[in-house]
Design a protein around this ligand. Structure first.
Ligand SMILES: *Cc1c(COP(=O)(O)O)cnc(C)c1O
Length: 397
């Protein structure tokens, strides 16, 4: 019964009891292939032995102590993430929204120290950065914001993947101090920017003295074929945020920074009771172990190519299919009409997928798929999409 839960989610009528790798089983014993990973969270699949053992071992010794004390697992995780991302310091939180809140506060404090009175942060249309007030304001989705006014001031919005618009904003907004953008837009419809866009943002930030803050909450942790999606362009941001895939389902978020940005937050300026506690960090360290040992970012690139080419073979030129795109295991099938029903049709078929931005089937499968599972995802999604387009008939008016 969901009577006592606030109705923030429209839940599908299924209860999962157990998972293993890319498979899930419901309370009736039915098996499902997971092409969503709890929305890009369980990148190592379900019940991953390394994560499971790390969690059990840590739970037996110590779950939580508070950041009033030194936490070796957090220090190790911080060092490893910094090495992987080219960053210098990390603040640990519990979610993507909190990681972005830390980035926003950091940008403001940095501006304040340089005597910029009313600092502004440049954000993108169709972006998603979270549901807290500041991150909701940064989010480029009017529907998500509706009713929560007054929103937070100090954000300026431009279209994504449009460097001219950023340059124009630079001319008109003297108080801009930072750019916050996803390296690949996720909720906005799986939108990788044009080649050169992130490099262009980096150059504009350098020219205008802004911080480049990249939200890798969804695209990070190996999913797109590199550890972080900005590494496809060899772009180094000043601030990077992580969460979703970082601890395979244990809540954690991270705000990484380098250079001046790494020295901004100090005692009293920010904090978190739970952030980076021993339990969450043990899971995240186990995730990093597995990503490294099994070369999972490289594998994600391979699997992504495999799924995308399977989808192309089956869906290219099909009426109603507008675009097939993605990078690694962040894949979108854009249709010409709203297609939310596809989610429950796939569920009935034993497949977990998602639809975002109304018309985009989004696939975020775990990085531990075998080739046969990848092929199954491609063929089953293609079959569902074809059937949906035929049954639905009416193209969008
Ligand atoms: C999911 C997501 C967030 C928010 O993460 P929460 O953990 O739900 O707060 C922020 N940014 C991006 C890009 C996301 O995909």
């Amino acid at each position: 019964m969901t009577d006592h839960l606030m109705a923030t989610y429209r839940r599908l009528p299924v209860r999962f009891e157990r998972g293993e790798g890319a498979w899930l089983w419901d309370s009736e014993g039915n098996r499902y292939l997971d092409a969503l990973s709890g929305i890009a969270v369980c990148g190592l699949g379900h019940a991953h032995p390394g994560v499971r053992d790390a969690l059990c071992e840590q739970a037996r010794r110590l779950v939580h102590v508070s950041n009033l004390y030194q936490i070796p697992g957090q220090e190790a995780l911080g060092a490893r993430l910094c090495a992987a991302a080219g960053m210098e310091r990390v603040f640990f939180a519990n979610s993507g929204a909190e990681a972005n809140e830390a980035a926003i506060k950091l940008a403001r404090l940095h501006a304040n120290r340089r005597d910029v009175q009313r600092p502004e942060i440049l954000v993108m249309e169709n972006s998603f950065h979270g549901r807290t007030l500041a991150t909701l304001t940064a989010t480029g989705n009017r529907k998500a914001q509706a009713g929560f006014e007054p929103l937070v001031s100090g954000f300026v919005r431009v279209p994504y993947d449009d460097l001219d618009a950023v340059e124009t904003a630079a001319q008109n907004r003297p108080n801009l101090v930072a750019v916050l953008a996803e390296s690949i837009q996720g909720e906005g419809g799986v939108v990788p920017p044009s080649p050169g866009y992130l490099t262009g943002l980096r150059e504009l930030c350098d020219r205008h003295g802004w911080l480049l803050m990249l939200d890798e909450v969804q695209s990070g942790m190996g999913r797109t074929g590199r550890m972080f999606a900005c590494q496809h362009e060899d772009v180094l941001p000043d601030v990077m945020t992580l969460a979703k895939g970082l601890a395979n389902g244990v809540p954690i978020g991270a705000c990484l920074a380098r250079g001046e940005a790494a020295e901004v937050l100090g005692p009293g300026s920010h904090g978190s009771t739970f952030g980076g506690n021993p339990l969450a960090c043990s899971a995240a360290n186990a995730v990093l172990d597995a990503l490294e040992e099994d070369a999972l970012p490289e594998r994600a690139a391979e699997l992504g190519e495999r799924i995308l080419s399977g989808l192309r073979d089956a869906l290219d030129g099909v009426d109603g299919v507008v675009d097939l795109r993605g990078r690694g295991l962040m894949i979108g099938v854009e249709l010409d009409r709203p297609c939310a029903e596809l989610v429950s049709q796939a569920l009935t078929d034993g497949l977990l997928i998602n639809v975002t931005a109304e018309r985009v089937v989004r696939l975020l499968p775990p990085l531990i798929l075998d080739d046969a599972q990848a092929d199954q995802i491609a063929s089953r999604v293609a079959r569902l999409v074809r059937a949906f387009l035929q049954q639905d008939g009416q193209p969008a008016g």
